[in-house]
Design a protein around this ligand. Sequence first.
Ligand SMILES: [Fe+2]
Ligand SMILES: [Fe+2]
Length: 316
Amino acid sequence: MSRRKLRRAFSRLWLLAPVTTLGVGCSSTWGCDSESHPETFSLASLTLADGGVATADTSCEELCARVMGGAPCEFTRSAESLPEPDEVRCQVTFLCEGRRPEGLCGEGAVEGRVPALGALFARMAHLEAASVPAFERLADELAAHGAPERLVRAARRSAGEEVRHARAMEALAVRHGAAMPEVKVAPFGDRSLEALAIENAVEGCVRETFGALLAGWQARCAEDATVRETLAAIAPDELRHSELSWDIDAWAQARLPEDARARVEAARHEAWLALERDAADSLMPEHVARRSGLPSPEVAQRLVRELARTCSTARA
Ligand SMILES: [Fe+2]
Ligand SMILES: [Fe+2]
């Protein structure tokens, strides 16, 4: 996958993003690794399709259809003294993409009653922070396996960029009432070039490549100007990280025997399918989707499919 082809594919797919400054919001739902986060709404704040206000007698299905476009929910009370439930809690499912290190503990779920938008940014920050040890290990391993110095240097530079990304996303999370969860990673051990190549194919060529596409998408269509500016600063770095993944892939594949190359390809193929499933399962309230600029599950699925197709044919 050459840099030129990757950049051309991104430019083509970004053209599909509705641009906020033209007054067209992104409608949607989109989520982090099928982990869900509860978001609570006051019943009195929800207007039903017939213009009426939601009550404890309104069915969960109707409420969820109104709030989330369909999601598991439960009625709750904001105070023990209330006789009737006055809130509905819906499960929000995020999908954040990026390079995860082996042995990452948890998916960055935030504890307690935190607004979904803050929880989304906290998870994105957690994933950015988790990419730091992933790149540091990658740089060490590339050096140990005799990779060209330019790849080692690029991996080290990427770790530094991920530190900046984590800080920027953490600032967004804090602004929206959430703290970034601590990043915990199990100690790394030595591993083969094949293991490195498989991780790079899944976490870099698939997940980080799609994460780079998403960052550029959000930079174009997030309703929140600070989100647009933050993601616009991150997106070019992520595009370079994606390009680095494909460069490392080409270098590693040239050194692996045929059966190992086939296993790398199989892992990459499975990762694209898993990503498409995660896109389909994602769910978040309309206001979170609009402000974060994330695409709908349908659009996200199409983007995954199209990116996977482009990456496969470009390498054929
Ligand atoms: Fe990043
Ligand atoms: Fe990255």
